[in-house]
Design a protein around this ligand. Structure first.
Ligand SMILES: [Zn+2]
Length: 92
């Protein structure tokens, strides 16, 4: 399953542009490498940062599991289901 749920959240530590997810097929074996990368300079970044997506996602997932009340995670959920929530009377 391909996912880049940290796209737009992670920042390049050199130019502070948002990192975006990229996938590459490696050689002929068909193995897919996934990275979060700073875009090249013609796209507003510096191209100087690249981190492994699976490693980063796993680390963040573990952190979120440890604190499921993470506020930004709750916000993401709220925006995803905002149409459902808007039909439910506010309870507080
Ligand atoms: Zn950068």
């Amino acid at each position: 399953m391909i996912r880049y749920f940290l796209s737009g959240i992670l920042r390049c530590d050199k130019c502070h542009h948002g990192l975006v997810g990229h996938a590459y097929e490696q050689g002929k074996i068909g193995r897919v490498i996934r990275n979060y990368e700073c875009p090249r300079s013609d796209r507003g970044g510096c191209g100087g940062t690249s981190i492994s997506t699976p490693t980063t996602d796993r680390a963040v997932e573990e952190a979120m599991t440890a604190s499921s009340a993470s506020s930004w995670n709750a916000r993401r959920r709220n925006s995803k289901f905002s149409n459902v929530l808007s039909q439910t009377p506010a309870t507080r």
